[in-house]
Ligand binder design. Structure first.
Ligand code: ADP
Length: 510
């Protein structure tokens, strides 16, 4: 099959969270299964060129085109990088977080479609990821309908919270005639307070042949008004399906991980695994001047956004210390208010022998943490899939999670009698309260201290669970083959009026 993926992230060259890992992992697995996969991505100026091979300008477009298209190979995948000639849309320090995020990614979508049109080659599957690529779906049904031959369009929602809200003028800017899309059956946002607002993610849902999200539980949850961010009815109609993410085993493998002090394999004797994890813990402690060797080490590796339950992460520090543990946080924030709260925490725990707080994005340190931690904490308020708990288990680190979305699909409480023993792999709490968190931490620590054989057996079970992309890729292939072109809203007919008013609304990014 010829598959084109369009996304704003691709690990490791442009990653802000799970999205980049999914696009890499899925593309690489489909390539290995002999499908032809091409990934279209913005050419961010921060991409390290040494990570790209065979970098060359593609001849498509000609000297007058408004974008330069670069071709490159990365991690066995073929990439096409879009660089606007005039605008500085991707000459930024990071992927998201700018007031013009909607125009940036609308420009990207239009450029991607122009590129595919110029290629003049049929595509079996056009796979769009999140709101940043969503506008490709209505573009394909409208302006590019006769210019690109596509079998099916698949839209994957990695996080429903971010919807790419903008004004009709932003659509006009790429020639989409925004006013014509401002209807309830097209791209008009569902929030009655902002009737002039366009919702790009909604366009991905309405104009694609199949819509999926990244775990079965999240797919169910977002069809309810309480978690549907205004789009539950549209998601219900689209019959959104959940496909659980995998983890790329060439990136995340404790047996080959270059960032570890001592590597270990799931088939090693249990004592050897324990010793290797301890050696990694020692390295972490030496690096960050902790003195917590005998204590259970709990950590969180996360974006610091409300979704991730940041008040629970903050409360966890004291709860972990009270229960006799040590705490490590690796968090990245793009909000100054949130950053301020965490800076205050850092002051409070300055030079604390059992608390380590680091506010930056670092892949090498994240790798070491996954190996060094005893427990990873994921107290999310909602979670489309969550990769941290899956990676952690693969590194023999026990997850402590709140029961929601993909966390519910991957972590089963050690003491839950309703779950078969061989499936139990962590600690789960339901209510998003500090009290529930404290109780669960205490249960987890008792297990860690007292039940060594059970704990070690579970460690091997977690590490041996197949979390590769093999199965998820099969499910995507089924979706590619099964989804029949649905009834799409018609692309707007010729427009004669242009009375759009640009409402001042906050763009959501991420
Ligand atoms: P999300 O996509 O919502 O951020 P996921 O759990 O799906 O959450 O994926 C998060 C990914 O980003 C994981 O691979 C995690 O290790 C990584 N990550 C998150 N924060 C950091 C950080 N500060 N430094 C390094 N890696 C991080």
């Amino acid at each position: 099959m010829k598959i084109v993926q369009i996304a704003s992230e691709f690990a490791p060259i442009a990653k802000a969270g799970g999205l980049g890992e999914v696009v890499l992992g899925l593309s690489r697995e489909l390539t290995r299964q002999h499908h032809q996969v091409d990934v279209i991505l913005p050419k961010y100026s921060f991409i390290d060129p040494s990570k790209l091979t065979e970098l060359a300008v593609e001849p498509t477009g000609g000297p007058n085109a408004s974008n330069t298209i670069w071709s490159a190979a990365v991690e066995e995948c073929r990439l096409h990088l879009i660089e606007p000639r005039e605008e500085d849309y991707f000459r930024r320090s990071q992927i998201y977080g700018f007031p013009d995020d909607a125009p940036r990614f609308l420009h990207f979508c239009k450029a991607a479609m122009e590129y595919l049109a110029a290629l003049k080659k049929p595509i079996d599957i056009l796979h769009l990821h999140d709101w940043h690529a969503a506008a490709c779906a209505p573009l394909l049904r409208g302006m590019f309908a006769s210019k690109i031959r596509v079998g099916k369009v698949i839209f994957t929602i990695h996080n429903l919270e971010y919807q790419g809200k903008c004004g009709t003028r932003d659509l006009d800017a790429i020639g989409m005639k925004g006013a014509a899309y401002l209807t309830p059956g097209r791209l008009q946002d569902t929030n009655p307070l902002y009737p002039q607002s366009i919702n790009l993610l909604k366009g991905g849902i309405l104009y694609s042949d199949a819509v999926n999200t990244v775990s079965p539980s999240y797919a169910q949850e977002i069809q309810e008004p309480s978690m549907g961010f205004g789009l539950d009815q549209f998601l219900k109609r689209a019959k959104v399906k959940g496909i659980l993410n995998g983890v790329d085993q060439t990136v995340w493998n404790p047996a080959k991980d270059p960032h570890l002090a001592v590597r270990y394999h799931s088939s090693d004797p249990l004592a050897k695994i324990r010793e290797a994890k301890n050696a990694n813990k020692r390295l972490l402690q030496e690096k960050f001047k902790l003195k917590s060797l005998g204590r259970p080490l709990v950590g969180a590796i996360t974006r610091l956004v409300p979704q991730k339950g940041i008040y629970l992460i903050q409360a966890a520090i004291e709860a972990v210390l009270d229960a006799g543990g040590a705490f490590a946080l690796m968090g990245s924030s793009s909000s100054s208010a949130i950053q301020h709260q965490f800076d205050e925490l850092k002051k409070r725990y300055k030079n604390h022998p059992h608390v380590f707080l680091e506010y930056r994005y670092s892949d090498p340190l994240a790798h070491l943490l996954y190996a060094a931690l005893d427990f990873v904490l994921v107290p999310s308020l909602f979670e489309p899939c969550g990769l941290t708990q899956i990676i952690a288990m693969h590194y023999g680190t026990i997850p402590i999670v709140r029961s929601t979305g993909g966390l519910r699909d991957t972590v089963f409480d050690c003491e839950d009698g309703m779950v078969p023993l061989e499936k139990r792999n962590g600690f789960v709490f339901k209510e998003p309260t500090v009290e529930a968190l404290r109780t669960t931490l205490q249960r987890a620590f008792s297990f860690w201290h007292a039940e060594q054989p059970t704990c070690l057996a579970m460690l091997r079970r977690m590490m041996e669970t197949d979390c590769s992309w093999r199965k998820p890729a099969q499910e995507y292939l089924k979706l590619y083959l099964k989804s029949s072109p649905a009834n799409k809203p018609a692309a707007p007919a010729k427009i004669t009026i242009s009375t759009e008013t640009h409402s001042k609304i906050g763009y959501r990014t991420g």
